[in-house]
Ligand binder design. Structure first.
Ligand SMILES: C[S@@+](CC[C@H](N)C(=O)[O-])C[C@H]1O[C@@H](n2cnc3c(N)ncnc32)[C@H](O)[C@@H]1O
Length: 539
């Protein structure tokens, strides 16, 4: 990302601006262009204002003088007041207050409009950069140097003490200064939605007092230069920082536009208390002093040395459930390991919490992330969970591609040799014709006495055929070495991969996965709608 795009120097496409103007007319009335003084304090080259029919009412300021010069040269909004102004650094005192005499860049008439309490509409599309996010952490895990400066703006450093993590993001820095400077502004803003529903923005929502007036979300792909697939909101808010009574946000409903800016319906975004989030549903067992090998994959020891996690175990633990963050976007970061995971962020599974871990795993993996649901938070169930659902989830998890439980001897890490034991084999040695004893029969004991649905039974039956097929032959040395097939208690990952390698080699009679895949698909399609029906996600 070059410096300009880091600062947010991409433009709002004019056909999206059209929709914003429709929304402003709908929420503020047809006369909004006459009634409100507009200030866009991150106007770039003015795309948000070019359609305004009353430019004498507009103030446009932005970081780069070059952008102001472009507006002057292209005669953009000639009758508006246009000026260079660094909204996050200019006129901010050491104690986080605003003193216009520090730079004297603010036009006198705008200062007066603010102090007279005129109706002011802040119309902005601020930059989206944040100090720490997966997007600006490079592959080695270090923060991208070009973004380290985000939290260091003068306003974030001095004026946002009570805003928590919101001080890490440029767009919430804009909102926070507006709240201080123009406490009763109407705010119409293009931005990501995390200020509305992310748990990391709880502090922000406690301080910021706003009433939702209406808005839409549009696919990020409709903006040039934005990577990823996520909703960009254009939300209109009546703010009032002077009110003592706090407006509590529970949900907001928006119109939805796809990447071609065609309307495709409505979407509700919910704001739920932390206590209702799925991530807080299971008690997290503590680590103990037992050392284990940290894995970066099923049977691959960690190579990272910095910020290494997963080196300690927990009392009675039988696996580690990696489950990072609580939203749908992060749901692909869900997997089961037979030892510690080198990135941490998860829950030890033991005989007491396994029933819940199974559900957390399944719920997170059953729903496919899309651009529109990706910021939705997983919730604790609101409906009673039947045994059938719990047992279906158990079987679904055992045969999911992210069940990375495995066994291995001879893993090398930190100058020592380590073994991992698989506690997640749903069959006895006899059932799958294993040549030797499985070290753990935990799963067989756990499943004993449970009743399984027809769909789950079909998966178990077809899965058993694959396990039997695995034990019918011995793999070539290279495959045994690669998959660490040196113990009988192999895991689903090892069984699958070994059979796939045999099929690819042509040296063995091919083993078809089809019957298994069909049974698994049937179980998947049975469970998917239940994620919503049971309240784990809201539609
Ligand atoms: C996402 S762009 C939007 C530009 C324009 N409003 C539009 O919608 O097409 C964000 C703009 O904010 C400007 N900007 C970034 N940091 C700023 C700051 N501290 N003060 C004022 N403007 C800033 C960038 O230079 C960029 O032009």
């Amino acid at each position: 990302m070059d410096e300009r795009s880091f600062k947010g120097a991409y433009y709002t496409p004019l056909h999206v601006v059209d929709k914003a103007y429709d929304k402003l007319a709908e929420t503020l009335g047809n006369n909004w262009q006459k009634e409100y003084i507009v200030w866009d304090m991150c106007c770039g080259v003015g795309n948000l204002e070019v359609k305004h029919s009353n430019p004498r009412n507009i103030y446009m300021s932005t970081l780069d003088q070059a952008d102001v010069d472009v507006m002057l040269a292209t005669k953009t909004c000639v009758a508006a007041t246009r000026f260079q102004y660094d909204y996050l650094n200019d006129d901010i005192t050491d104690d986080g207050n605003i003193d216009y005499t520090l730079t004297n860049k603010m036009p006198e008439s705008l200062r007066k409009a603010i102090s007279d309490g005129k109706k002011i509409l802040v119309l902005i599309n601020p930059p989206y950069a944040e100090a720490t996010s997966s997007e600006n952490i490079n592959t080695s895990g270090a923060a991208d140097a070009s973004k380290v400066g985000v939290a260091k703006t003068k306003f974030a450093a001095t004026g946002m003490k009570e805003y928590g993590k919101a001080s890490n993001e440029l767009f919430t820095q804009f909102v926070a200064r507006v709240a201080k400077e123009i406490p009763t502004a109407t705010l119409a803003m293009f931005s990501k939605l995390k200020y509305v529903n992310s748990p990391t923005m709880n502090d922000f929502r406690t301080v910021w007092n706003a009433n939702y007036l209406g808005g839409f979300v549009v696919h990020s792909k409709s903006f040039d230069g934005l990577k990823g697939d996520f909703p960009i909101g254009f939300l209109v808010w009546g703010t009032n920082q002077n009110l003592i009574s706090k407006n509590v946000l529970n949900e907001i409903t928006t119109e939805v536009f796809d990447k071609n800016v065609h309307p495709i319906g409505e979407k509700c975004f919910y704001i739920v208390p932390d206590a209702q989030l799925l991530t807080n549903w299971i008690e997290r067992p503590k680590t103990n002093k037992t050392e284990v090998i940290p894995l970066k994959n099923t049977i691959t020891p960690a190579t990272a040395t910095k910020d290494l996690r997963g080196t300690k175990w927990s009392d009675n633990a039988i696996a580690f459930l990696w489950c990072n963050s609580n939203d749908v976007q992060q749901a692909p970061r869900t997997a089961l390991f037979s030892s510690g995971f080198n990135g941490g962020h998860g829950i030890f599974i033991n005989p007491d919490n396994i029933w819940q871990a199974v559900i957390v795993f399944s719920v997170r993996r059953l729903v496919k992330p899309t651009w529109l649901n990706d910021r939705d938070q997983f919730l604790q169930p609101t409906e009673p969970l039947t045994d059938e659902f719990k047992n279906d989830c158990l079987v679904w998890m055992l045969f999911n591609g992210s069940n990375l439980t495995a066994s291995a001897n001879g893993l090398q890490w930190n100058g020592k040799t380590w073994s991992i034991v698989n506690h997640f084999i749903p069959y006895t040695e006899e059932e799958v014709n294993a040549p030797g004893r499985f070290e753990s029969d935990f799963m067989v004991q756990y499943m004993a006495g449970k009743t399984f649905s027809e769909e789950a039974k079909a998966v178990l039956e077809k899965g058993k055929l694959l396990w039997q097929a695995y034990f019918a032959h011995t793999d070539v040395h290279s495959v045994r070495e690669e998959l660490k097939l040196n113990r009988p208690d192999v895991g689903w990952y090892q069984v699958r991969k070994a059979l796939q390698a045999r099929n690819a080699s042509g040296d063995f009679a091919p083993v078809s996965f089809k019957p298994f895949e069909e049974a698994y698909k049937t179980l998947t399609e049975k469970l998917q709608p239940m994620v919503y029906e049971l309240g784990f996600l809201k539609n």
